[in-house]
Design a protein around this ligand. Structure first.
Ligand code: SF4
Length: 187
């Protein structure tokens, strides 16, 4: 993790946030795992420290042949490190595919909104900031239709309230769960 041996003598309160994350990752790597779950591993860090930790993780991935499952609310972090991405809304995958495909249209409406919130992320021309209505936490239990229906800016109508969205093939290895036909989306 690019920490010198001097860190062996330090206590946690003597480490910065980024250094603590590096120690935590080093501890996870100590058993030579083939697979590590990285749950919001850089979310508490400054952007510059985030980039440092992500670069170290990418380097270790290539040198040690270790695989990561990255969990993040920040798609720019995922774009930086992932090969494949699954976008989840309220516990279900709504879009999945190679990261390059998911970052470009066609998108699930939720992916589109997430991407629109990231300043500076290349996502094609003409994409405006999308503010979702309502609050996901307040929607409560929902039995039928699309689980994104209460917040979707592209909701079609009754079909979204009554029928579970089909999983559509948007490209090689790229799927979108939505009633909007792939051909009708931005290309
Ligand atoms: S199925 Fe309907 S509500 Fe759900 S994401 Fe697609 S358009 Fe929006």
């Amino acid at each position: 993790m690019r920490l010198s041996s001097a860190f062996l003598q330090r206590y946690p309160h003597q480490l910065s946030g980024g250094e603590k994350q590096c120690v935590g990752i080093a501890r996870a790597l100590a058993t030579s795992p083939k697979f590590i779950v990285c749950d919001e591993v850089v979310s508490a860090l400054d952007v510059s420290v985030q980039a440092y930790v992500l670069n170290v993780l990418a380097d270790l991935r290539d040198r040690l042949s270790v695989a990561y499952l990255f969990i993040s609310h920040d798609l720019s972090v995922i774009a930086h490190i992932a090969d494949r991405v699954a976008v989840m809304f309220r516990g279900a995958i709504v879009e999945e595919g190679p990261v390059d495909a998911v970052l470009r249209p066609p998108w699930h409406p939720y992916t589109e909104a997430l991407l629109s919130a990231i300043p500076g992320l290349e996502r094609g021309a003409g994409v405006q900031r999308i503010r979702l209505r309502g609050d996901a936490v307040e929607q409560g239990a929902q039995g039928r239709g699309c689980r994104f229906q209460h917040r979707c800016p592209r909701k079609l109508g009754a079909i979204c309230e009554t029928e579970t969205p089909p999983v559509l093939q948007a490209g090689p290895g790229h799927t979108i769960a939505c009633h909007i036909p792939i051909q009708a989306r931005a290309a």
